[in-house]
Design a binder for this molecule. Structure first.
Ligand code: GLA
Length: 343
């Protein structure tokens, strides 16, 4: 072997947001944009340069924690993975990516998963995702769920992934030939995402404590009994969103794109009104997409607080829908992370 090439895709979440960290249901797909690392294993330090990121990431295998405090956030992600996996051999590599950074298409999860494979991780897709989720917690301090890393690790071409975040079972769901997906950037960086995300996660946990059960098992009637109006709204989003994921998966299976689009619209309204993670720009973008010919439905995707919306579009029309916007991508469901030894 002269070097190792590790690749990890980003993800686009079709429906099921802010449900993963309470053991709920999500339906993302790994996409055909991702991050590649060409890596030569050797030595006791991981040193990565990059086309797209500032600076060089230098992480000592003995003391990765020191690099978690680095200025460049991408160095922190590399260090987070090293701190979790504790590889015995370092190396030198080059990172390149076709993913837009910080747009809500999981560029950080793709970087983590690619680093893990580059330094020799060889476990299951689930174990890879769990290690990289722990790395994200260390690196960014954001208490994210498992969705992004698991979608990147377990992607299947032509399929979305129905993930049960309680059992961690991943069920590939074929995308009908009549459907295409477009992601459109709202123009807003996700600046409040870190604090807003942690607040939402605490509210969900507080609602579960008040109800004495997981929101995964709660009904809308249970949630309506919560006395705290704020918690009630947050919990109602989670319970109704879990239901929408099931209904959306059934609609995809039956190629009923009208129903799927209506569920996306309902998901956006719930994220906006009950969960409070939309923005004026995302609302305007979703409205605009929803009234565009060929679009069945649209919603914000990922954590919210800026970033992207996703639209479900009639096959053959995605390119013309995307062309209406400054930053938009026609995205296809692609395979998950992989690594190859190259001579
Ligand atoms: C971010 C997190 C995920 C998930 C989404 C919201 O992408 O990393 O774990 O919680 O937000 O659905």
């Amino acid at each position: 072997m002269t070097y190792r090439r590790a690749y990890a895709p980003g993800r686009l979440n079709l429906i099921g947001d802010h449900t993963d960290y309470s053991g709920g249901l999500v339906l993302p797909m790994a996409i055909d944009l991702g991050t590649t690392i060409e890596f030569r294993p050797a030595g006791d330090t991981v040193t990565l340069s990059s086309e797209g990121f500032e600076g060089i990431a230098v992480v000592s295998l003995a003391k990765p924690e020191a690099a978690i405090a680095a200025d460049e956030s991408w160095t922190r992600y590399v260090a987070g993975v090293i701190a979790v996996l504790r590889p015995e051999i370092g190396g030198t590599g080059r990172v390149s990516s076709t993913l837009p950074i910080g747009a809500g298409l999981s560029s950080s999860a793709a970087l983590e998963v690619a680093v893990a494979l580059a330094v020799g991780f060889a476990g299951t897709a689930l174990a890879l995702a769990q290690a990289c989720q722990a790395a994200e917690h260390l690196a960014s301090g954001v208490p994210c769920g498992i969705m992004d890393q698991l979608a990147s690790a377990a992607g299947v071409p032509g399929h979305a992934l129905l993930i049960d975040c309680t059992s961690l079972a991943v069920t590939p769901a074929p995308i009908p030939a009549a459907a295409e997906f477009v992601a459109v950037h709202s123009g807003e960086a996700r600046s409040l995402a870190a604090t807003g995300y942690a607040e939402r996660r605490s509210a969900v946990e507080a609602a579960q404590v008040a109800l004495g059960r997981s929101l995964r098992l709660a009904t809308v009637a249970d949630v309506e009994s919560l006395r705290d109006m704020g918690l009630r709204r947050r919990a109602r989003h989670v319970v109704t969103e879990n239901r929408r994921v099931i209904d959306f998966a059934a609609a995809l299976a039956g190629a009923d794109l009208t129903t799927a689009g209506a569920l996306m619209a309902a998901s956006h309204a719930s994220l906006r009104d009950d969960f409070g993670v939309s923005t004026t720009a995302l609302d305007a973008l979703v409205d605009d997409l929803s009234t565009t010919p060929g679009v069945f439905g649209a919603r914000l995707t990922g954590a919210g607080f800026g970033g992207c919306a996703v639209a479900l579009v009639e096959s053959g029309r995605a390119a013309s829908v995307a062309a209406r916007y400054q930053r938009a991508w026609v995205l296809r469901a692609a395979g998950g992370a992989r690594v190859a030894e190259v001579d």
